[in-house]
Design a binder for this molecule. Structure first.
Ligand SMILES: [Zn+2]
Length: 387
């Protein structure tokens, strides 16, 4: 029963205030994460069933084609030794305004040279550049020199970078003696120094989102993805290092090689804590970051991410990771518009909507192509605006 005050409006206000106090008190006691303890009167949907449609009406700006030509620093196109694959990929690149794609799919030796030759023969040498992979299995005494020699041969054959070094490095790859190969293993020093001497960037993917290393409980914001993909659970400390220990290993490797240009894939998996990545940038002038597959984090913090991109505009590279032409326009829309509350393309990454960062043109140009042109040697310059 409400209090019998003199006017109707006062009665309503007092009633609402009491209801609010009541909810908070119940939430604190109820132990349901601070939510109302009232139970649904019909069976609730499961996490995969509930798909509310947004009723929000706001201005929308679809961006099918990037505003400036783009270098995709993190390409995983199908094998480019096939003329058919080359044609399919170039057609998609033309539509999206992707001028150059880095082939970051692990390839070395014959697998690398066959693709370089096929792309040349197809007349598309100005649309692809190739990075070389490293064979990091069974590392033991002398392995560093062997890996460095293969890298030199691959660079002579046309490779212009190292990578993508996949996440097994640090997580699961073992040495010849059966122990985990640590990222800062001194046996590999010669490899990173060789990359520095050759003037090529080292593109390294370390770990995965921090939540994948946490308990799989109902507070984990990646619960669905971890439930869908058992191989993305790294929370068993008897098998995998902790997220922070792994990143500390990576940071020691970077700091020991200040003349090597390091590019952290997926922005080092620090997009949920951009200041942490900023501190790495501040400590190491030789580090850049590539932004593939973390759009869900950038698009949920459009103001802070914008500030970060403006401040570190010389250190961030566009990359997409998986080759799915329909997904690139989500990136253009987040970077180029100020649109609000729009859908993301992969529901198990994020239970939230995206917002546009409305980046200034000079930042877009650096992130889209200028930084890549600066750090990758022998980059084709056709199709890019002259500075
Ligand atoms: Zn990748």
């Amino acid at each position: 029963m409400r209090f019998a005050y003199s006017t109707a409006s006062t009665t309503v206000l007092v009633g609402l205030a009491l209801a609010a106090v009541g909810c908070e008190a119940q939430g604190r006691q109820g132990g349901r994460g601070g939510r109302d303890v009232r139970e649904p009167t019909i069976p609730p949907p499961t996490i995969v069933e509930y798909r509310p449609r947004s009723t929000l009406v706001v201005p929308e700006h679809q961006v099918p084609r990037a505003k400036f030509p783009v270098v995709d620093f993190h390409g995983h196109p199908p094998n480019l030794a096939s003329p058919e694959n080359i044609r399919t990929v170039v057609e998609a690149m033309d539509r999206l305004n992707l001028q150059v794609m880095v082939q970051a799919q692990p390839s070395s030796g014959e697998r690398l040279t066959s693709q370089i030759e096929a792309v040349r023969a197809a007349g598309h040498a100005d649309r692809f550049v190739f990075f070389a992979s490293l064979d990091l299995r069974e590392v033991g005494p002398g392995s560093g020199a062997r890996i460095a020699a293969q890298l030199e041969a691959d660079v002579r054959a046309g490779a212009v970078g190292v990578g993508e070094i996949m996440k097994g490095f640090g997580l699961s790859i073992t040495k010849a003696d059966g122990t985990r190969l640590r990222m800062d293993d001194p046996e590999l020093d010669v490899v990173w120094e060789t990359a520095a001497r050759l003037g090529i960037p080292v593109f390294v993917h370390t770990g995965d989102p921090a939540e994948f290393f946490q308990p799989l409980d109902y507070q984990n914001e990646r619960w669905l993805e971890m439930a869908l993909f058992p191989d993305r659970r790294f929370n068993d400390r008897s098998r995998y290092p902790a997220f922070d220990d792994l990143m500390a290993e990576r940071d020691r490797m970077i700091e020991r090689h200040p003349n090597t240009t390091w590019v952290l894939a997926h922005m080092g998996w620090h997009t949920q804590d951009l200041a942490r990545l900023g501190a790495i940038f501040d400590r190491n002038q030789n580090v850049l970051a590539e932004l593939g597959a973390v759009l869900y984090d950038l698009g949920r913090q459009p103001r802070f991410a914008r500030e970060f991109f403006v401040r570190y505009s010389d250190r961030i590279l566009f990359g997409k990771d998986s080759f799915a032409p329909d997904e690139y326009p989500y990136y253009w829309r987040v970077f180029e518009t100020a649109d609000e509350y729009f859908d993301y393309y992969r529901d198990y990454h994020a239970f939230w909507k995206l917002y546009g960062m409305d980046l200034p043109d000079d930042v877009l140009r650096k992130v889209y192509y200028a930084n890549a042109l600066r750090i990758i040697p022998r980059m084709p310059t056709a199709g890019f605006p002259t500075p």
